[in-house]
Design a protein around this ligand. Structure first.
Ligand code: GUN
Length: 293
């Protein structure tokens, strides 16, 4: 059984990016820039946003964090996005989700220039992904694909079952895995909260992607022997005796499932670190499209 080490893999990706950025800085004096916009004061979002900025800094990228009050209007948010759409030192724009009530997420995402949409959520990028065109791909699914590639996990012709149908993970990973390319080329089944007896589907998975947002949802009896299990869940579970009062667990019951499978991602240290690495990689991609040699 191999534990897919997202922390180490992400570190390697950040090192590769740092080298490319350093070389480009020496050559042209330019570096990639990321603008992160956070509206409101959601505690978890604040932690994510700060760690995204820190990750940029560590590899020599420019980053700007815009923290705005919950009272920000949609037109003020559009104006801020428009400013960065035209800022030549900024190549990626990310609006942290979820947005406070009163702001329409889909309209806000659509206001970002598709070329700077490093989340890969803009309808133009979603459409290109479905068409199999090269584009900016959502970070968590891109991170999962990168893990499958770097660990050389056999995927071609295999059955991938995706549990969850979100725009951020379920739908894009299903699209990636069905494409005719390395680390993909799968038969793909998507199941979700309305489906009964989900185990009847997951037991047939060679590759199981758990992205349903329910702690310990995937139990040992729901997986096939020798499968590859990717756990996308980040759930806070109350544990009174811990100093923080909670622990973070995935969607997979790790002890039971890891005893049966060939590959598994841990939580934390699996998919999570890969998501930030792919955000940096997407920002590099958006930047390097502009490099004129
Ligand atoms: N909130 C949770 N995940 C994400 C993400 O990948 N991008 C953005 N913008 N917000 C999120």
């Amino acid at each position: 059984m191999t534990v897919l080490d997202g922390k180490e893999t992400a570190k390697q990706i950040r090192k590769e990016l740092a080298e490319k950025i350093s070389a480009e800085k020496q050559r042209s004096g330019r570096v990639p820039g990321l603008a992160v916009i956070l509206v409101g004061s959601d505690a978890a979002s604040e932690i994510y946003v700060n760690s995204k900025a820190k990750a940029c800094f560590e590899i020599g990228m420019k980053s700007v964090i815009e923290k705005k009050d919950v009272s920000l209007s949609q037109s003020e948010l559009f104006a801020l996005i428009e400013k960065y759409n035209h800022d030549e030192t900024i190549h990626g724009i990310l609006v942290q989700l979820p947005l406070p009530k009163g702001l329409n997420e889909q309209d806000v995402i659509s206001a970002i220039s598709p070329d700077k949409d490093v989340d890969g959520f803009h309808p133009v990028n979603t459409g290109k992904l479905v068409n199999g065109e090269d584009t900016l791909v959502p970070c968590t699914p891109a991170g999962i694909h990168e893990l499958l590639l770097r660990y050389k996990i056999p995927t071609s012709g295999k059955h991938a079952v995706v549990v969850g149908r979100s725009n951020i993970v379920g739908k894009p990973i299903a699209n990636i895995l069905m494409q005719k390319k390395d680390g993909a080329n799968c038969a793909v089944t998507v199941v979700h909260s309305a489906v009964k007896n989900i185990g009847d589907y997951t037991r047939n998975a060679d590759i199981l992607i758990a992205a349903i947002g329910k702690a310990d949802f995937i139990t040992g009896d729901m997986v096939k022997d020798g499968a590859c299990v990717i756990d996308v869940g980040i759930n806070r579970v109350e544990v009174a005796w811990l100093p923080k009062g909670y622990k973070v667990t995935g969607d997979v019951k790790y002890d039971e499932v890891s005893a049966k499978v060939s590959y598994i991602t841990p939580v934390p240290g699996g998919v999570g670190p890969m998501t930030i690495a792919m955000l940096l990689s997407n920002t590099w991609k958006a930047f390097s499209k502009e490099i004129v040699s």
